[in-house]
Design a protein around this ligand. Structure first.
Ligand code: ADP
Ligand code: MG
Length: 765
């Protein structure tokens, strides 16, 4: 069976309306082990034919068998598989990967091979191939550090790494000087001698002279196939190379072990089968292999040099991406900068807004985030409302019943509120609030921690004892920071003994000082302080003035018009002052989530106690801090959201930057893509490569961005003491988002790269 057989291959290019027939019916066969030159003037269609032979292109018509397999009907991907399995390419312009070592250039085709050996073996193979082409001492050189001839040798080693059945070389000496050309051509002869089938494309008769057989193409047709007579000349053609070997010319010498390794793993049986076909050519390789066989030790040094770095642990595609990115360090860094800034901004924003929200929540909980205020309803007269609290309907009993009956509340306390001056010694002060309440008011306000002393107790409430606890602001204003415990202060002329100092709470959201407060038993405030004006006046007019001021007796006008009530009268006709209404009830729900339930319970308890018929209006109002908490929370959430959007926009901008650079990179590396496809990369390999590059950029950018964001928010905390809070979900989220951006914005360039036509890409300037 012939290695390749062409039957009436034609190729016509369509340039708009015009058909350009380039190949006009080419038929020939090539046996294994042949060294064929395809010769013709420039423009005669040699490269076109070569592309068909190399499974890079499809013929317009005709059939092509390679190694028994019909190729012209295969899909692009299947042709790529044929290329990795059976073909090696050497190009006029070397087409090495720039800034990539010789070894890695040689290894590259294995990335796409379906039968790639493990990394150590692959390295061994690439080292011995480089030894074989005479570059044993240039393993880690990059193309720019090598001469044209050396580069072409690397390219030849690369074409052999997949142990191809057929080596296709399109003008391999076109860019080389004549001396180097001779070396390269002799190398082809050596390879051919070791059993490899070589197809040499050239316009130069001197180059063609190195072949056993010359197929001459003129205008897309074979005009001569110089086959028969040449087989005898083969030994003569071979001679120059042999002489070199004997003379010990280095390049040729290093070529010897290569033959011994016989990377050309053409089974000998097939060669013999070919020779049975009658060509003398096929016999030759066996004899050459035999002559060089006794010197296999020469390959050893190369193998011993192999050291597997950490890099070999990284999967191939990822390594390729790293290499590509490293080739353009500055550009990669600048590209990633967009993502770095974007992710950094996102992280900083999230941390700052989260921190401020948390501190806001903390502030609000000091104000009692779960509190519900029950106030008495509005009195109305003749359609005019007097506002909330003007109906005196709430009683301490209501508070007690709520505390007892409602399940969703933690505590309830009655509150009586007054305004007035506080005096201690020669100082005075008007506190923001003077509250009469019960001890569990502290629980409702989350204020259990007292700075010193203790809260008044239930007995004080029952007995209306003249005690109070005061906030730290009063301690400062009245006591100059001295301990006020045991001292008496006078609230609206009633002296109350200070038994405790409330813990510091700071100002609330409205900027009101929460520590500017006096708490006393509600009974004390209600009956002793609030009413002392009325009671004291009565006392003053009834007794004191008449008894102390003797002048009173001089004037008959002092006779009381409205005599003071006697004790009996008082008992029989209760005065409004003894009516035990309170201003409000403070209730604490078990949790913020329980607030609605608690409010329902309070409503039904109060309606029942106040005997309000179904459909009647409530004589009380409920207000919960939850509303405020929600409002403040949603405000800070909105701010956070806005900042987040800005940060996300910057991430998208970063993504666009990545897309832009990836597109540039695809264009810039068109030839590389073409080369990779020629050596067998299928379109998904190319897609994957560029996608991974984009993702690696983004993920790296993301990681650095996270660090940057953390640093930024820490700096903000240091500089401005804004509360910040590290957020793991944000970090994970930012990481995922940046990877997603890599995929989203890297996909188009990668897709574009994968759609490239290998021939066009190889020809791209
Ligand atoms: P050479 O023998 O010099 O390698 P080619 O095979 O490259 O010649 O080209 C043969 C002819 O086909 C040339 O005339 C060239 O203009 C034409 N040709 C090659 N590729 C294309 C293409 N993609 N589109 C149109 N014409 C093409
Ligand atoms: Mg050409």
């Amino acid at each position: 069976m012939s290695l390749l057989r062409l039957e009436n291959i034609t190729k016509t290019y369509h340039l708009g309306e015009i058909d350009v027939p380039v190949l006009k019916g080419i038929s020939f066969t090539v046996e294994r082990g042949e060294l064929v030159a395809l010769m013709g003037a420039s423009g005669s269609g040699k490269s076109t034919l070569m592309n068909v032979l190399g499974c890079l292109d499809r013929p317009t018509s005709g059939k092509y068998w390679l190694d028994g397999q019909e190729i012209s009907s295969l899909s692009a991907n299947d042709r790529a598989l044929v290329r990795t399995a059976k073909l090696g390419f050497v190009f006029q312009s070397f087409n090495l990967l720039p800034r990539t070592t010789a070894v890695n250039n040689v290894l590259m085709p294995l990335d796409y091979s379906t039968t790639a050996p493990p990394i150590r073996e692959a390295l061994e193979r690439s080292h011995s191939l480089l030894e074989r082409v005479g570059l044993g001492s240039r393993l880690d050189h990059i193309p720019s550090q090598m001469s044209g001839g050396q580069q072409q040798r690397v390219a030849i080693a690369r074409s052999l790494i997949n142990q191809p059945a057929l080596l296709l070389a399109d003008e391999p000496t076109g860019n080389l000087d004549s001396q180097t050309s001779v070396e390269i051509l002799e190398m082809f002869q050596q390879l051919n001698a070791a059993g490899l089938t070589v197809m040499l494309v050239t316009h130069d008769p001197k180059v063609a002279a190195y072949a056993d057989r010359v197929i001459r193409v003129v205008d897309g047709l074979i005009v001569e196939d110089d086959h028969g007579g040449r087989t005898i000349d083969v030994t003569k053609q071979q001679r120059p190379a042999r002489e070199r070997i004997d003379a010990g010319v280095p390049a040729a010498e290093q070529l010897q072990p290569a033959a011994a390794i016989a990377a050309i793993e053409e089974p000998e049986s097939e060669l013999t089968a070919a020779s049975a076909g009658g060509t003398a050519v096929a016999v030759r390789p066996k004899t050459v292999a035999a002559t060089v066989a006794p010197k296999p030790a020469a390959a050893a040094p190369a193998v011993s040099k192999i050291h597997l770095g950490l890099a070999s642990l990284v999967p191939g595609p990822l390594r390729t991406a790293f290499t590509a990115l490293r080739r353009n360090k500055m550009r990669s860094a600048l590209t990633a900068l967009g993502v770095i800034i974007g992710v950094g901004a996102v992280i900083a924003m999230v941390e700052i807004s989260q921190g401020s929200r948390t501190s806001l929540m903390a502030t609000m909980s000091t104000m009692g985030a779960n509190t519900i205020m029950v106030r008495s309803g509005a009195a109305a007269s003749g359609g005019i409302s007097f506002g909330s609290g003007t109906l005196l309907t709430l009683t301490p009993g209501d508070s007690e019943e709520i505390a007892r009956e409602a399940t969703a509340i933690a505590a309830a306390a009655p509150v009586v509120q007054i305004q007035g001056q506080v005096v201690y010694g020669n100082r005075n002060w008007i506190p923001m609030s003077v509250y009469g309440t019960t001890p569990n008011y502290l629980e409702i306000r989350d204020w259990e921690q007292l700075e010193e002393g203790e809260m008044f107790n239930d007995r004080d409430v029952r007995n209306a004892n003249k005690v109070c606890v005061i906030g730290t602001t009063l301690v400062k204003e009245l006591f100059d920071g001295q301990s006020p415990l045991g001292e008496d202060i006078r609230v609206k002329n009633v002296s109350l003994r200070v038994v405790g100092v409330l813990g510091r709470k700071g100002s609330n959201m409205m900027g009101m000082d929460q520590d500017d407060v006096i708490l006393a038993p509600w009974t004390t405030i209600k009956y002793r302080v609030a009413d002392n004006s009325a009671a004291a006046e009565v006392a003053a007019t009834s007794s004191n003035s008449t008894e102390v001021n003797s002048l009173n007796e001089l004037y008959p006008g002092s006779t009381e018009l409205y005599p003071v009530q006697s004790a009996t009268q008082l008992a029989n006709t209760p005065q409004p002052v003894r009516f035990t209404n309170i201003d409000q009830i403070s209730v604490k729900a078990r949790s913020a989530a329980d607030i609605p339930v608690a409010m329902d319970e309070i409503t039904s308890i109060l309606r029942q106690r106040h005997r309000i018929r179904p459909g009647g209006t409530d004589d009380f109002n409920l207000r919960d801090m939850g509303e405020m908490v929600k409002a403040m929370g949603s405000m800070s959430e909105m701010m956070g959201g806005l900042l987040m959007i800005v940060a996300l926009i910057s991430l998208v901008v970063g993504g666009v930057g990545i897309m832009n650079i990836m597109l540039v990179s695809v264009t810039e590396r068109t030839r590389e893509i073409g080369l990779r496809m020629a050596v067998g990369a299928r379109s998904h390999h190319i897609l994957r490569q560029f996608l991974i590059e984009a993702i690696v950029l983004c993920v790296f950018g993301g990681a650095i961005g996270i660090l940057l964001g953390r640093t930024a928010s820490y700096a903000v905390w240091l500089a401005m003491r804004w509360p910040v809070e590290a957020s793991l979900p944000a970090i994970i989220g930012a990481f995922l988002v940046s990877a997603t951006i890599g995929v989203a914005f890297g996909f188009y360039p990668a897709w574009k790269a994968s759609r490239l036509d290998p021939i066009e890409a190889l020809r791209y300037e």
